[in-house]
Design a binder for this molecule. Structure first.
Ligand SMILES: *[C@@H]1O[C@H](CO)[C@@H](O)[C@H](O)[C@H]1NC(C)=O
Ligand SMILES: *[C@@H]1O[C@H](CO)[C@@H](O)[C@H](O)[C@H]1NC(C)=O
Ligand SMILES: *[C@@H]1O[C@H](CO)[C@@H](O)[C@H](O)[C@H]1NC(C)=O
Ligand SMILES: *[C@@H]1O[C@H](CO)[C@@H](O)[C@H](O)[C@H]1NC(C)=O
Ligand SMILES: *[C@@H]1O[C@H](CO)[C@@H](O)[C@H](O)[C@H]1NC(C)=O
Ligand SMILES: *[C@@H]1O[C@H](CO)[C@@H](O)[C@H](O)[C@H]1NC(C)=O
Ligand SMILES: *[C@@H]1O[C@H](CO)[C@@H](O)[C@H](O)[C@H]1NC(C)=O
Ligand SMILES: *[C@@H]1O[C@H](CO)[C@@H](O)[C@H](O)[C@H]1NC(C)=O
Ligand SMILES: *[C@@H]1O[C@H](CO)[C@@H](O)[C@H](O)[C@H]1NC(C)=O
Ligand SMILES: *[C@@H]1O[C@H](CO)[C@@H](O)[C@H](O)[C@H]1NC(C)=O
Ligand SMILES: *[C@@H]1O[C@H](CO)[C@@H](O)[C@H](O)[C@H]1NC(C)=O
Ligand SMILES: *[C@@H]1O[C@H](CO)[C@@H](O)[C@H](O)[C@H]1NC(C)=O
Length: 533
């Protein structure tokens, strides 16, 4: 018997050990749907039931029925209640570099632009991400790359205007390989601004890009000529692993006397940051033409007319990555462009195959105090009514869960669970000892009042009125003279014999309502008796 248990244990442990390191996450969630389906590119989209408790599912009407949007956009989840609603995605572990993408498809917004296209905030892991809004009838998305700090990824939409109802259409979470996008200090997130497939004529994504990055095609124009060779084999083990098909195309300036390749940094990059932003830019170069000994292609990179690189020579049959971090200021946006310009020795014009630009965000938060988070989750386990809140309980600032108030990353000054329909006894939430006010009134809480509440050093108000608490009120509470304790409406609660505070002004409300009620009933009966005569 004991042997069987051991064998079973070993099997369980063995399975666990095997499954952890091999689990790279590639998760695509179709919000507002309960079904799974596999798209033409073989990505499987799953319904969102497992990842969210609140909100309502909605079917999206496209602006005109002729346009066929991808199936993941045809449903969405809308959130008419609560300030913040969060998807909690536990498939991802702590310390993993992931990219997270949130898709929005509003469909028709032609009737009344202000009322039909909501504005709201997008947040991840307790960090502000961006403000979503404006009347955009095509599907659009935001993407962030970062190193996770928690055992689960949370993605929230948050109400910023009471007339606007947040929604979300789809979510993707994909783990990246070690080394990808790792040159920037990993305490900062990278918000994707542009990912260009120069010289290509269509989007490149999964399965060409096994991480399903979306490389937008820039087919070229009269000054910038597309070159492509899809039979060119490009073997390059670059840190960011760009897909080969993206490297097989490029643009080049039409001739040597042309002013090189210019890449504008558009003003929408500055959204929300009207002074200075920090950009992380990666260029990908590969020579696509077989050059003879007298031909030479090289160029240097300029930003705002300042030469910022040594000469770059794209290699043939392989590729190189050139990355840089730069600050660009809104005031200087007229000049804000990259230029690839050949120096005098070069016999051929400059080329570029692909590029990514990210904005480096503010430092990632460590989230709400871990002990507080654990104590809140103990409360959630005990009371089913609290389980639909997820995401960070306090952060970002200004978006706490409805039943707590926070000061930055701390659950304080108060927790108000009045009227939440709670039933059963209170679990140990003694870690929330920074609370000054706890309101648990008007529930059906039973059992004894936990004595740890008397050890909360700043607690000055504890309202337990109208519950089913029983036993004796702990002396740690009755002897706390700074505490206003309300416990009326708990018929089975024994009032303390004496309190050391009674005579010096601390107010303790006794279980006196039953007496008052009795008097009231007496008066009512008296009145009835009088009337019937
Ligand atoms: C999808 O998977 C099937 C079976 O593995 C394969 O035949 C097909 O080529 C794949 N489609 C794409 C777009 O990769
Ligand atoms: C689109 O189709 C739906 C039902 O199929 C219909 O109710 C709606 O009026 C159509 N919209 C337009 C703009 O044609
Ligand atoms: C659009 O909606 C807003 C707010 O609901 C309303 O004040 C405004 O009058 C509407 N405009 C039109 C043209 O219907
Ligand atoms: C494309 O690449 C292949 C393989 O490297 C090469 O043989 C061919 O000449 C190239 N085509 C052009 C048009 O450069
Ligand atoms: C070179 O490019 C410039 C700018 O695009 C253009 O004005 C000029 O005509 C081109 N010269 C030749 C020989 O194509
Ligand atoms: C190299 O190629 C260029 C253009 O194709 C040609 O004009 C030149 O004569 C070639 N030089 C040699 C040494 O082959
Ligand atoms: C500026 O460009 C030249 C080539 O024109 C290059 O040799 C030099 O290294 C560049 N300077 C800097 C600071 O990158
Ligand atoms: C960009 O600006 C920040 C401060 O705003 C500074 O810490 C950082 O060093 C700057 N980076 C570059 C590349 O100049
Ligand atoms: C909360 O955060 C703000 C902004 O970061 C800071 O100014 C303030 O001092 C913090 N308050 C506390 C109590 O830590
Ligand atoms: C707690 O919330 C209820 C409303 O849900 C409110 O009536 C009560 O005053 C609040 N308690 C405190 C101490 O603010
Ligand atoms: C309160 O909880 C007790 C069990 O602890 C239950 O018997 C009683 O029906 C509940 N009362 C209400 C009003 O829900
Ligand atoms: C009330 O009396 C108690 C016991 O005598 C004492 O410890 C406490 O400090 C007093 N509180 C106030 C507010 O005076």
């Amino acid at each position: 018997m004991a042997n069987i248990v051991v064998v079973l244990l070993q099997m369980l442990l063995g399975l666990k050990v095997l499954s952890i390191p091999t689990l790279a996450v590639f998760l695509s969630i179709d919000c507002g749907s309960s079904d799974s389906f596999t798209a033409a590119n073989n990505i499987t989209w799953v319904g969102d039931d497992l990842y969210i408790k609140g909100g309502e599912s909605q079917t999206v009407q496209s602006a005109d029925n002729s346009s066929s949007v991808a199936r993941q956009y045809t449903t969405r989840r809308v959130f008419p209640t609560r300030k913040k609603n969060c998807y909690s995605i536990g498939d991802v572990g702590k310390g993993e570099r992931v990219f997270l993408r949130a898709y929005f498809y509003y469909g028709s917004c032609n009737n009344n632009e202000t009322s039909s296209s909501p504005t709201f905030d997008l947040q991840f892991d307790g960090n502000h991400w961006t403000s979503v809004g404006g009347c955009i009838t095509d599907p659009f998305y935001y993407e962030v790359i970062y190193l996770t700090k928690f055992d689960a990824v949370s993605l929230c939409v948050a109400q910023t205007d009471p007339d606007h109802i947040p929604f979300i259409s789809a979510i993707q979470v994909i783990s990246l390989d070690v080394g990808m996008y790792s040159k920037v200090d990993s305490t900062y997130p990278l918000f994707m601004r542009r990912r260009a497939n120069y010289g290509g004529d269509k989007f490149v994504r999964y399965p060409d890009d096994k991480f399903d990055r979306i490389w937008r095609a820039f087919p070229g124009n009269s000054d910038l000529v597309a070159i492509k060779n899809y039979s060119q084999v490009i073997v390059a083990d670059l840190p960011n692993k760009p897909p080969e098909s993206v490297l097989q195309t490029a643009i080049k300036s039409s001739n040597l006397s042309a002013p090189g390749i210019g890449i504008l940094i558009p003003s929408w990059f500055y959204v929300g940051d009207k002074d200075e932003i920090t950009l992380y830019t990666i260029f990908y170069f590969s020579e696509l033409e077989q050059l003879n000994s007298s031909e030479q292609r090289s160029f240097t990179l300029y930003l705002n007319k300042i030469n910022i690189s040594d000469p770059i020579t794209p290699p043939y049959g392989t590729a190189l990555e050139f990355d840089l971090t730069t600050n660009v200021s809104y005031a200087d946006q007229e000049n804000a462009r990259y230029r690839l310009i050949p120096p005098s020795g070069s016999t051929l014009p400059s080329i570029v195959n692909a590029m990514e630009i990210f904005q480096i965000g503010h430092i990632l938060t460590d989230g709400t105090n871990d002990n507080h988070v654990k104590a809140l989750s103990v409360l959630q386990k005990a009371f089913v009514q609290l389980q639909s809140w997820s995401g960070d309980p306090c952060l970002p600032n200004g978006f706490p869960w409805e039943w707590v108030e926070c000061t930055n990353d701390s659950v304080t000054p108060q927790m108000n669970l009045s009227n939440y329909g709670l039933q059963g006894s209170l679990p140990d939430f003694s870690a929330l000892d920074t609370l000054q006010m706890i309101d648990l009134s008007n529930n059906n809480l039973s059992g004894e009042i936990p004595s740890f509440l008397g050890n909360f050093p700043s607690l000055n108000m504890l309202n337990l009125a109208n519950n089913s608490f029983g036993g004796l009120i702990p002396s740690s509470l009755t002897n706390n003279c700074n505490l206003k304790l309300v416990y009326s409406g708990n018929p089975n609660l024994c009032a303390p014999n004496q309190s050391s505070c009674v005579n010096n002004g601390t107010s303790i409300s006794s279980a006196s309502t039953s007496k008052n009620l009795g008097t009231t009933i007496g008066i009512v009966i008296l009145v009835l008796v009088l009337v019937s005569f």
